[in-house]
Design a protein around this ligand. Structure first.
Ligand code: ADP
Ligand code: MG
Length: 242
């Protein structure tokens, strides 16, 4: 019997790029259904950590568990995760509907199941009126919603987001922040969200992990991070312009 307490567990994770050690003995437990934000300055290792969880990088040492399974050496497709990147490549020649269903067709899911999942994702993301359009006829924010939709239809346990809003203008970013929060309230998924934007982190997170130089400097609720920084680095980082 396995006692499944955490959604994601990271144990003593080291990662090197050649001579450069980017993650240092990193430990992190993420709760079921938690919205966990990895926050830190450019180059601190946020994307690297997310890519390790996704299985896109070979780690140097340590272990990664997802939903109680040791996935340290599992392929990305075997991890029950879905990733949304900062720059999203939709298929330009396909309608939004086809962009959403494409991966499911390749996975040979039955047609009614595909239709059900596309309809649900479209409803949750409020892109139903856009289903027959092609990406060129969408705004940046609408495209990013479709990109999130492609992950949503896959019915994954854990969503990974790497700065998904950073290419959008301030107004769209604010709108999509609200939508992401609503999305998380509707779904039961665990979400791990990378950003260097403090406002994004504060509004979205159940807990924030502040990273510096491949280490976690504090892991707490937004309120605790803000009001009770545990060290000088966090105190200086919070409230300073990113
Ligand atoms: P962040 O996402 O927090 O901005 P990254 O995880 O992208 O940071 O990068 C962390 C460090 O690793 C940086 O010093 C970066 O230059 C380095 N790095 C990232 N990817 C590679 C790579 N593929 N090869 C070599 N060094 C890399
Ligand atoms: Mg990054």
């Amino acid at each position: 019997m396995t006692l499944m307490t955490h959604s994601v567990e990271i144990r003593d994770l080291d990662l090197h790029f050649g001579e450069l050690q980017v993650l240092h003995q990193l430990n992190l437990d993420i709760e079921q259904g938690e919205f966990l934000v990895l926050l830190g300055s450019s180059g601190c290792g946020k994307s690297t950590l997310l890519n390790c969880i996704a299985g896109l990088l070979d780690i140097s040492d340590g272990q990664i568990f997802i939903q109680g399974q040791n996935v340290t050496w599992a392929e990305p497709s075997e991890r029950g995760i879905g990733m949304v990147f900062q720059s999203y490549a939709l298929y330009p020649q396909m309608t939004v509907e086809r962009n959403l269903s494409f991966g499911l067709k390749n996975a040979r899911l039955p047609k009614p199941e595909i239709a059900k999942r596309v309809a649900r994702a479209a409803e949750v993301l409020q892109i139903e009126p856009l289903l027959k359009r092609k990406p060129a006829a969408l705004s940046g924010g609408q495209r990013q919603r479709v990109a999130i939709g492609r992950t949503l239809v896959r019915d994954v346990d854990v969503f990974l987001f790497d700065e998904p809003l950073s290419n959008l203008d301030a107004k769209l970013r604010a709108d999509l922040r609200v939508e992401l929060k609503r999305l998380h309230q509707q779904l039961a998924n665990t979400m791990i969200y990378v950003t260097h934007d403090q406002v994004e982190a504060m509004t979205l997170a159940d807990r924030i992990a502040i990273m510096k130089g491949g280490r976690i400097m504090q892991l707490s609720s937004p309120d605790e991070i803000y009001n009770r920084p545990q060290n000088l680095y966090v105190a200086g980082f919070i409230g300073s312009p990113a």
